[in-house]
Design a binder for this molecule. Structure first.
Ligand code: 5AD
Ligand code: SF4
Length: 463
C-alpha cells in the first residue's frame, strides 16, 4: 500500500533526468476540477513538475506542459473537463511540442479513458488517481519514446505515496492529506470506484508534515480525507482521528486546524469533545446530510437516520453553542417523493445550517443508484433545487445576522474579488468576512467587528 522509498527515489531520478533533458525556460499549466483531494494531488503534480525544471504559468497559451486534473462526481464536472480538453487541440496545433496530460477521477473510469484515447488523439498522457507518484516516469517515457502513454490500472485499490515534492498554492493555508479513499459505497457516489479503499497515512508522517507546515508559518491546516473519521481504522495502532487532532494541536504555534470530510455514521462524541476542548480546532463542522428522509437515506446507503443526525447536532451545540454548521444536500435522488423532499427542507430549518452545498442528483455510470427505477425528471429536480436554495438563503441570512455587532477572528486571505478596496478572509466558523485594511494584514489573524450581514458574507470593521 505504502509506496516504498526506493520507488519514490526512482521517481526523483526521472525528475532530474527530465530536468537535464528539457533545459531551462519550460512552463507548466495545471487546471484542477473537483474537491480538495484533487487540489492536493495537483499540488504534488506541480511540485514534481517544478523539480523537473518547469516553472508555473497561469496562461495555457504559453505552456509546454498542460495537466488537467479531472473530477467525476457529477456529469457537469466531466463535461467541463472534456470541453477544456477539446480546447487544447488548437494549442497543440500551434505548439506541436506541447505535452497534454489528463488525470484524476474522470480518467480513472474505464469508459472515459477509452473515449479520450480515441476521440482526443492529441492528448499525450492519461493516468489514473493511483499513478500520481509515477508521473515523472510516465512523462519521461513520453518525451524519450515520443509515444502516447496510458498509465491506467483498473485493479488498483490505491496507494500511499510519501515524500513527493508539493507546490503549495497558498503561503498560509495548507492541505494535509491524512487518509485516502472511501469504503462507504453510498449508492449515488463514484468516489469509492475511482479513489480506491480507505488507507491512512502513518501518524509519524502526518505529524512531521504538520510540524514542518507550522514552522514554515502556515496559519491554517486543513486535514483532508474522504472520510476523516475513519482515520486509523486500517492501522495496527489503537489511535483514531481524535488522537491525531490532539497531537497536531500540541504542536506549538499560532495556527488553526480544519478537517473535511466527515461522515455522520462515524462522527463520535469523542471527536466532538476533542473539538470543544482544543482551542486550535476551528469551531466549524461540515457534516454531509444528503437527505432528510429516512427511506431516502437508506436507499442512499448512508447508514444513519435523521434522528441520529439531529442528535449529533444536538450534542455539538450542547458542547459548542455557537458552532458553525454546514452540509451537503442532494435533491432528486431516484424515487424521492415530494413529501420526502419536504422532509429535507424541514430538517434544514430544524438544524439551521450556516450554509449548504446543494447538488442535483447526477447518475454516475457503474453506481447502484444510476440503475434504480424511479429516476426523477430534470424539471422536477430543477424545481426542488430552486426551493432548496430559497429555503436555505432565508436560513443563512438569519444565521449571519447573529454575528452582527460581535467581534470575530478572521484569517485574512487577500483582496476581495468584487471590491478591490476590501480585504477578505474567513472566520473560525468559515463565514466569509469583508472589511477595510492594508496589504500587510494578508496572511495574519485579525479581529473584526461585524456591522452588517448578507446571505453569503459578513461585513465589518477592523478592531
Ligand atoms: N450526484 C449529485 N451529487 C453528488 N455528490 C456525490 N455524488 C453525487 C451525485 N452522483 C455530492 C454529495 C457529496 C458531495 C461531495 O457531492 O453531496 O457529499
Ligand atoms: Fe462518496 Fe459516500 Fe464515500 Fe462520501 S462517504 S466519498 S459520498 S461514497
Amino acid at each position: 500500500m505504502r509506496i516504498e522509498k526506493k520507488e519514490i527515489d526512482k521517481q526523483y531520478g526521472y525528475m532530474h533526468r527530465i530536468s537535464s533533458l528539457i533545459g531551462e525556460g519550460k512552463k507548466v499549466y495545471a487546471l484542477t476540477f473537483g474537491c480538495q483531494q484533487n487540489e492536493a494531488d495537483s499540488e504534488r503534480l506541480i511540485g514534481m513538475a517544478k523539480e523537473m525544471g518547469y516553472s508555473v504559468t497561469n496562461e495555457k497559451d504559453e505552456a509546454d506542459l498542460i495537466i488537467i486534473n479531472t473530477c467525476a462526481i457529477r456529469e457537469h464536472a466531466e463535461k467541463k473537463a472534456l470541453s477544456i480538453t477539446g480546447q487544447c487541440k488548437h494549442l497543440k496545433a500551434k505548439n506541436p511540442s506541447l505535452i497534454i496530460a489528463i488525470c484524476g477521477c474522470m480518467v480513472t473510469q474505464k469508459h472515459r479513458a477509452e473515449a479520450i484515447k480515441h476521440s482526443y488523439p492529441y492528448v499525450d498522457i492519461l493516468f489514473d488517481t493511483s499513478m500520481v507518484y509515477r508521473f515523472p516516469e510516465i512523462l519521461y517515457t513520453r518525451i524519450t519514446k515520443q509515444k502516447r502513454q496510458f498509465a491506467l490500472d483498473p485493479e488498483s485499490k490505491g496507494n500511499i505515496p510519501e515524500g513527493l515534492p508539493q507546490h503549495r498554492e497558498n503561503p498560509f493555508k495548507a492541505w494535509l492529506s491524512v487518509m485516502y479513499g472511501c469504503n462507504n459505497f453510498c449508492t449515488y457516489c463514484i468516489v469509492p470506484y475511482v479513489r480506491g479503499r480507505e488507507r491512512s497515512r502513518l501518524k509519524e508522517d502526518i505529524l512531521r508534515e504538520a510540524k514542518e507546515l507550522v514552522s514554515k508559518g502556515y496559519k491554517e491546516i486543513t486535514l483532508l480525507g474522504q472520510n476523516v473519521n475513519s482515520y486509523g481504522k486500517d492501522l495496527d495502532e489503537d489511535y483514531d482521528f481524535s488522537d491525531l487532532l490532539k497531537d497536531i494541536c500540541a504542536i506549538e504555534g499560532d495556527f488553526i486546524i480544519r478537517f473535511m470530510t466527515s461522515h455522520p455514521k462515524d462522527a463520535t462524541h469523542k471527536l466532538i469533545d476533542t473539538m470543544a476542548s482544543e482551542e486550535k480546532i476551528a469551531k466549524h463542522f461540515h457534516l454531509p446530510l444528503q437527505a432528510g428522509s429516512n427511506r431516502v437515506l437508506d436507499k442512499m446507503n448512508r447508514k444513519y437516520t435523521r434522528e441520529k443526525y439531529l442528535s449529533l447536532v444536538g450534542y455539538m451545540r450542547e458542547k459548542m453553542p455557537d458552532i458553525g454548521l454546514t452540509t451537503d444536500i442532494i435533491v432528486g435522488f431516484p424515487t424521492e417523493t415530494e413529501e420526502e423532499f419536504e422532509e429535507t427542507l424541514d430538517i434544514l430549518k430544524a438544524v439551521g445550517f450556516d450554509n449548504i452545498y446543494s447538488f442535483i442528483y447526477s447518475p454516475r455510470k457503474g453506481t447502484p443508484a444510476a440503475e434504480m427505477e424511479g429516476q426523477i425528471p430534470d424539471d422536477v429536480k430543477g424545481e426542488r433545487f430552486q426551493r432548496l436554495l430559497d429555503t436555505q438563503n432565508e436560513i443563512s441570512i438569519t444565521r449571519n445576522r447573529t454575528y452582527e455587532q460581535k467581534p470575530t477572528k478572521v484569517l485574512v486571505e487577500g483582496w476581495s474579488k468584487t471590491d478591490k478596496t476590501m480585504l477578505t478572509g474567513r472566520n473560525e466558523k468559515n463565514r466569509l468576512v469583508h472589511f477595510k485594511g492594508g496589504e500587510s494584514l494578508i496572511g495574519s489573524f485579525v479581529n473584526v467587528m461585524i456591522t452588517e450581514a448578507e446571505t453569503y458574507s459578513l461585513f465589518g470593521e477592523l478592531i
